[in-house]
Design a protein around this ligand. Structure first.
Ligand SMILES: Nc1ncnc2c1ncn2[C@@H]1O[C@H](COP(=O)(O)OP(=O)(O)OP(=O)(O)O)[C@@H](O)[C@H]1O
Ligand SMILES: [Mg+2]
Length: 412
């Protein structure tokens, strides 16, 4: 996905004496829309860095004249590049090497062989962190919950749509469901809403012109109280959307709705990062298998780089398959993070729900999975909602309250 000119300074200096690696790294970064200047020697890099003025430097470790750590140290000593992000690429995956890298002043560290998307993601994250962020406007009242995974098919959209509907039912309020899976997003489909309007209608409106009126016109109303900003019908229609448009739309939605749910895609593109940045809470969905565990670990790593507070993360372990999977405890140990909810395999619930466009919390609210999702929505609710029982409790609220009481009695 190309980064549009003007969004960020994107000249990247790549330093590697190995022509093959140099070409691969350069190709990955060029494909991501960056301008790349590749040099084979660290001495050259040091001599020419002032003239090149890169926005970022990606350097190999093992090089003949001067290794990557030494290069980083010397670059850091130059005022012109003291703040420039540096990523070190090495073939040694040891904590020792990692520490050496950080001690020399590098900002991030990637082990060869690397996944191109991972390099891309880390570059983007670092560029963004160094770009001066405009000061945040005062926070609006709605709570924004992002649902995310770096791997597809683990139930992100299922969780997001059920949350948006369950929260609307619980608190008798309108909720926003913003589909940021701009390519192939299915929130509207999952709620059986026809794609009359979508993000495509906002794509050409400049950020400054986006207001409550404009946004209201493109929302699709669901009978439950959820209002959906759907993904475009065709992939290219979402292409021109920028992070600043997304941030603006979320800010507007937060003023209208007590809850705004974000259905995020499996990437770290600009519009996804805007969603994550604006979230009060991030629910990371994962399945009990190695690939998903790995993707979750990478995502948590990136969140740490972005300095998202640990306490805003929630993990949802979703059994999207029936076969044996990794035990919960092993996953928690590997991620060093507790799992907040475990959703059992329940194709008999989810498949018909998706086919008919009726989320499980509406189709079967009293089934075990329906109840679980309803309880999870309650658990994610705003503190003052939880603390003050509604004047006219909704049926959903009454069900949750009854279950809470049951559990308390069991414990006593
Ligand atoms: N606990 C579960 N048990 C059985 N099937 C499930 C479960 N959770 C989700 N599914 C099914 O898995 C499929 C993928 O779910 P979903 O589309 O929500 O995932 P996603 O992470 O948004 O995927 P995508 O990569 O398509 O965006 C759907 O068909 C859904 O019905
Ligand atoms: Mg999805």
């Amino acid at each position: 996905m190309a980064i549009k000119a003007g969004n960020m300074a994107t000249r990247i200096l790549v330093v590697d004496d190995d022509p093959v690696i140099r070409d691969i790294v350069s190709a990955v970064l060029r494909r991501a829309g960056h301008e790349v200047i590749a040099l084979s020697s660290s001495k050259d890099a040091l001599d020419r860095v002032d003239e090149i003025q890169p926005a970022m430097i990606v350097s190999d470790v093992t090089m003949p004249e001067m290794d990557g750590y030494e290069l980083t140290r010397r670059l850091r000593a130059k005022p012109s590049v003291a703040q420039t992000p540096i990523i070190i690429l090495t073939s040694h995956d040891s904590a020792q090497e990692k520490i050496r890298g950080f001690e020399s002043g590098a900002d991030d560290y990637l082990t060869k062989p690397f996944d191109p998307p991972e390099l891309e993601a880390r570059v983007r994250v670092l560029l963004r962190r160094t770009a001066a962020l405009p000061s945040q406007a005062p926070q609006a009242k709605g709570k924004t919950i992002a649902v995310f995974s770096l791997r597809g098919g683990v139930g992100v959209s299922t969780i997001a749509t059920n949350l948006a509907v369950a929260l609307a039912q619980l608190w008798n309020c309108a909720t926003g469901l913003i589909d940021l899976a701009l390519v192939g997003g299915q929130s509207a489909l999952m709620l059986n809403l026809s794609l009359r309007t979508s993000w495509a209608d906002l794509a050409r409106i400049p950020t400054e012109s986006l207001d409550a009126e404009v946004v209201r016109k493109v929302l699709l109303a669901h009978p439950s109280g959820a209002y959906v900003l759907a993904a475009p019908n065709r992939p290219e229609q979402g292409e021109p959307l920028t992070g600043s448009q997304v941030s603006r739309v979320i800010a507007i939605a937060k003023e209208q709705f007590p809850y705004v749910i974000l259905d995020l895609p499996h990437d770290f593109r600009e519009t996804t990062l805007a969603g994550l940045d604006n979230a009060d809470q991030i629910v990371v969905a994962l399945a009990p298998e190695m690939a998903s565990l790995h993707a979750t670990a990478s995502a948590l790593d990136v969140f740490e780089t972005l300095q998202y507070p640990q306490q805003s993360l929630r993990l949802a372990l979703n059994w999207v398959f029936e076969r044996r999977g990794l035990p919960r405890k092993d996953i928690e140990d590997a991620l060093q993070h507790p799992i907040d909810v475990v959703i059992p395999f329940a194709s008999e619930m989810f498949v018909p729900a998706i086919n008919r466009g009726v989320p499980t919390v509406l189709e079967a609210p009293t089934s075990p999975v329906g109840a679980l999702l309803e309880d999870f929505a309650y658990y994610l609710s705003q503190a003052d909602h939880q603390q003050n029982p509604p004047a006219t409790p909704s049926p959903a609220w009454q069900r949750v309250a009854a279950r809470l009481q049951q559990r308390q009695q069991k414990r006593a």
